[in-house]
Design a protein around this ligand. Structure first.
Ligand code: HEM
Length: 173
């Protein structure tokens, strides 16, 4: 996975939980010292999963809470600084989410062996969208948190429900 995700996670943990918690998270995940990571680095998926798991233990939160904290931070803080163009190009949460499949392909296009998450969209009724998550990484809880973060950004009261490991239901207002 792209290093930018780990760097955002690190910032989020330092800001929301404190620098010492980030250090403990790395230590508990088996790192003696912090590896050097650039936004464009490729960090192997198992390492990222191990760090997320370690964070949950160190600060005693569930994966759902970790997903919500990361999702809010990524959308409302981190991405605002570096990916603002994607937000100005979409007027509503729905428009933004519908672009996410193409955005993830575009973001990882130049990276050899990249495996961006892919999304498929189905409509249950005119307000209810099912967003299907296609990835080997099993990070559906992170996806749910990100979608909630998008609702917050657009000030829309979205109802976001995880349906198993590969689908999220979103009810738009
Ligand atoms: C400006 C907005 C966004 C940008 C620029 C962005 C970009 C990225 C990038 C670069 C990665 C790493 C991909 C890789 O290394 O293969 C990633 C991962 C991920 N993104 Fe986004 N993302 C955005 C918003 C979202 C939203 C709104 C969702 C949820 C619908 C989402 C879901 C995910 C998930 C679940 C992953 C983890 C990788 C996986 O599960 O396979 N992202 N994103």
């Amino acid at each position: 996975m792209k290093g930018v995700i780990v760097l955002a996670l690190k910032e989020m943990v330092k800001e929301k939980f404190g620098k010492d918690k980030w250090e403990s998270t790395l230590k508990n995940a088996g790192f003696e010292e912090e590896p050097m990571i650039l936004p464009i680095s490729n960090v192997d998926d198992q390492t990222v999963l191990k760090v997320i798991d370690s964070l949950c233990k160190v600060v005693n939160i569930s994966i759902t809470q970790a997903g919500d904290a990361f999702g809010d931070y990524w959308i409302n803080v981190y991405a605002q600084e570096i990916y603002q163009v994607y937000f100005t190009g979409a007027k509503t949460a729905k428009d933004f989410l519908l672009k996410m499949d193409l955005v993830h392909i575009a973001m990882t296009k130049r990276i050899p062996d990249a495996h961006p998450p892919r999304f498929e969209y189905d409509w249950k009724d005119e307000k209810t969208m099912i967003m299907k998550y296609k990835s080997q990484r099993g990070l559906i809880d992170i996806m749910v948190g990100l979608i909630k973060g998008v609702g917050k950004f657009y000030k829309e009261n979205l109802k976001v429900t995880k349906l198993g490991d590969d689908k999220v239901e979103i009810v738009f207002p």
